[in-house]
Design a protein around this ligand. Structure first.
Ligand code: ATP
Ligand code: MG
Length: 266
């Protein structure tokens, strides 16, 4: 039965898409059956795995409004995992869903049959707390929160935690925080170190031990339509996402307690 995770943070540019794409690829290399769902009309996760965002393609949009099934929209990437793609059309779902029954549950219901086919389902959420994100949070068991360790990060986190509480109270009682991931990490910055320390103080074992460094290869890979592991396997970015994938598997197997290590191994 798949573990369903929403990669989410309403703050933009914190590494959600980079994490969803690269973690999917690394989990696949470690033998996991992975489905990645692009829930962002920007479609960055879709292009980031080499899938062309043609408008004719059935996407998550058609699934949400009930015009396609999960198996019609699913695509196999070249990197050993499947994807439900998105493109700009998905922006329209926001409005169309308002009229629909059980609008918060549509993704969850569409995925009910897919759960047995995968070990992990990762959803790349848009940088907003909108109906698309709500569909992601209702379909998920837990959330992975990528965050940049900078001044406003903790404030944004307070808003996100409040939203998660609301979703838990009203729509999905099992929703948990899976983990907080420090991304775009620059160990030379004192502020980064300070915020990272505060994060660990507040959230303890929920903070992944693995830290994702700022690494130019991670930023370059999407323009080649590849996860970094298929682009530059030896890069620090590729190694970090492999370590994160392994940490997740270890956590799942109960091999390690989620860690509280501080500082960057970057
Ligand atoms: P949005 O909120 O717009 O969806 P996001 O949270 O999905 O953004 P990304 O698109 O993953 O964030 O990353 C934002 C930008 O930073 C991208 O150009 C990406 O290539 C780059 N980036 C992400 N992580 C790293 C990293 N660890 N090192 C260097 N560049 C990175
Ligand atoms: Mg994104």
């Amino acid at each position: 039965m798949a573990k369903i995770l929403a990669v989410t943070n309403q703050k933009g540019g914190v590494g959600k898409t980079t994490t969803a794409v690269n973690l999917s690829a690394c989990l696949a290399i470690l033998g996991q059956r992975v489905l990645m769902i692009d829930l962002d009309p920007q479609g960055n996760a879709t292009t980031g795995c080499g899938v062309v965002k043609r408008v004719a393609l059935p996407t998550v949009y058609q699934i949400l409004i009930g015009r396609s099934t999960f198996s019609e929209a699913r695509i196999r990437t070249d990197f050993g995992f499947d994807i439900l793609p998105a493109n700009r059309e998905l922006a329209g779902a926001e409005v169309e869903l308002i009229e629909m029954d059980a609008r918060e549950y549509r993704l969850r219901d569409a995925l009910s049959l897919a759960r047995d086919e995968y070990d992990f389902i990762l959803m790349d959420c848009p940088p907003a707390l909108n109906m698309l994100t709500v569909n992601g949070l209702v379909a998920a068991e837990s959330v992975m929160i990528p965050m940049q360790c900078e001044y406003y990060a903790l404030e944004g986190l307070t808003d996100l935690v409040a939203t998660l509480k609301k979703v838990r109270a009203n729509l999905n009682s099992r929703l948990e925080i899976e983990g907080l991931l420090r991304t775009l990490f620059d160990p030379r910055s004192t502020l980064t170190q300070q915020v990272s320390g505060e994060l660990v103080d507040h959230f303890g074992s929920k903070v992944y031990r693995t830290i994702i460094p700022r690494n130019v290869r991670l930023a370059e890979a999407p323009s080649y339509g590849k996860p970094v592991i298929a682009f530059d396997r030896a890069s620090k970015g590729a190694q970090a996402y492999m370590a994160l994938a392994q940490e997740m598997l270890d956590r799942r197997a109960g091999l390690v307690r989620p860690g509280v290590a501080q500082g960057a191994e970057a």
